[in-house]
Design a protein around this ligand. Structure first.
Ligand code: AMP
Ligand code: GLY
Length: 429
């Protein structure tokens, strides 16, 4: 088979790496890819949102399966266009991707199908929000304000006072700092708990869950500072017990997939639930229509199955009865980022120590924002590498991942020092 992977992050390098292990595959393309994907796949310089050129490429090169990494091409309708042209593609349609593309749509569908989520109201004008706020008690617990559409993970503001709510609404709805995502806002009850990411393959009817994982969203150690795309992840996540795992599948993942089918928005691809566990009970903070990044990196190094075969089953509606086998070892991915991320950062710094780090056993270095210049690897993004290890247990995996991290350097490198510590402390007697 010939496979085309769309995207250029750590998620896409991890997918290319895993797809390359499939006996079904003889050629992989990645559009546009990064320095890491270029070592396994042929990078094609087409942007991930240029749907027409991607479809032309897939047709002209007889690609058997296209795998979409990021959300934007999905919400723009890449799956609809490929299917219209009879091209096989893994991912949800534009209508199904609205589960990530519109928070209002996601909240309404959760409410309709009884999926646990925070209480909410939504508003289409700043004046209505102000009226609502004035009716609330003065000393409330925090409120969460969310812009309606895609906002690169930044459209959520947690407010502690009325003034903060009014300022947040002003920046989202009046100044339009997130563009058209600010046409509507959601005001949501604040939930206090621990966040986890839960993913499953879906064929529109049946689901096959992935291993459990936990991301580290904030930029600084001990979950301080602003949110990022994710600074590291590990698998399995001991906070998800067997019982909780079953509960999440039965009360969140299956009802959502069946609900989407009833709505005429058949959901095929990866369904990602961003959950918060409050006193042992899971609530959905958001759904995403794709693999989590970095979460998929530690997950894929634990996966025994051929991922291409599972993706084909999802596309063709044959997931029933399928199961994924996992290595018992624990895995950890530490993201190495450019200083200044998630705000302003520099690119073009030469990365040193990659060959040395590659010699460490059970360590894979997934590239995210990297490029090649005169056969040297340079930084080309905020999140630069995902150093991913497999270890006998979480402690071993943490130690190995950081051994890799410390072997690699560039001017202005930044990473968190506490990835995986939460899991480790939970396992301690
Ligand atoms: P979202 O994009 O909706 O997942 O929100 C981004 C981040 O904001 C989440 O990962 C949480 O850290 C935080 N957040 C969102 N909604 C809530 C909520 N209702 N209560 C507490 N924190 C929240
Ligand atoms: N790591 C969070 C996400 O992929 O949305």
């Amino acid at each position: 088979m010939k496979i085309l992977v769309i995207g250029s992050g750590g998620r896409e390098h991890a997918l290319v790496w895993k797809i390359n292990q499939s006996p079904l595959v003889r050629k992989i393309y990645c559009a546009p890819g990064n320095a890491g994907t270029s070592e396994i796949a042929e990078n094609i310089s087409i942007e991930s949102t240029d749907i027409k050129s991607l479809a032309d490429f897939a047709r002209e090169n007889s690609v058997d399966l296209t795998v979409v990494g990021p959300e934007l091409p999905l919400t723009l309708g890449i799956v609809n266009e490929f299917e219209r042209q009879g091209l096989r593609i893994f991912g949800p349609t534009k209508e199904a991707s609205e589960i990530e593309g519109s928070k209002v749509f996601a909240k309404d569908i959760m409410k309709k199908y009884g999926i646990p989520t925070a209480q909410y109201e939504y508003f289409d004008s700043p004046d209505k929000v102000k009226d609502y706020i004035l009716q609330q008690a003065q000393d409330y617990t925090p409120l969460v304000i969310k812009a309606d559409g895609l906002a690169a993970g930044k459209g959520v503001i947690i407010c502690h006072t009325r003034d903060e709510v009014i300022r947040a609404v002003d920046s989202i709805m009046v100044q339009r700092v997130f563009g058209s995502a600010g046409e509507k806002v959601i005001i949501e009850e604040y939930l206090r708990g621990e966040e986890v990411s839960f993913m499953a393959f879906s064929d529109g009817e049946d689901i096959v869950p992935l291993a459990t994982t936990q991301d580290h969203k904030q930029i600084y150690d001990d979950d301080r500072g602003p949110n990022t795309g994710g600074m590291g992840a590990y698998s399995p996540a001991p906070i998800i017990t067997e019982t909780l795992n079953r509960y999440i599948i039965e009360t969140i993942m299956k009802p959502l997939v069946l609900g989407m089918k009833k709505e005429g928005r058949c959901y095929k691809g990866i369904l990602y639930a961003g959950l918060i566990i409050v006193n042992g009970k899971p609530f959905v903070l958001e759904f995403n229509c794709r693999f989590g990044d970095p979460e998929i990196q530690p997950i894929l190094v634990r996966m025994k199955n051929d991922i291409v075969s599972i993706m084909m089953s999802a596309v063709e509606g044959r997931l029933k009865g399928e199961e994924i086998q996992w290595y018992n070892e624990a895995s950890v991915c530490v993201v190495m980022a450019a200083e200044g991320y998630p705000d302003i950062y520099e690119r073009g710094k030469e990365i040193k120590g990659l060959d040395e780090a590659k010699k460490i056993e059970n360590l894979v270095i997934f590239h995210a924002g990297t490029d090649k210049k005169n056969s040297r690897v340079i930084t080309n993004g905020g999140r630069v590498l995902g150093v991913t290890s497999l270890g006998a247990d979480i402690k071993d995996a943490i130690e190995r991942a950081y051994r890799g991290v410390k072997t690699i350097s560039w001017e202005g490198v930044y990473y968190r020092n506490d990835i995986g510590r939460k899991a480790f402390s939970r396992l301690k007697p």
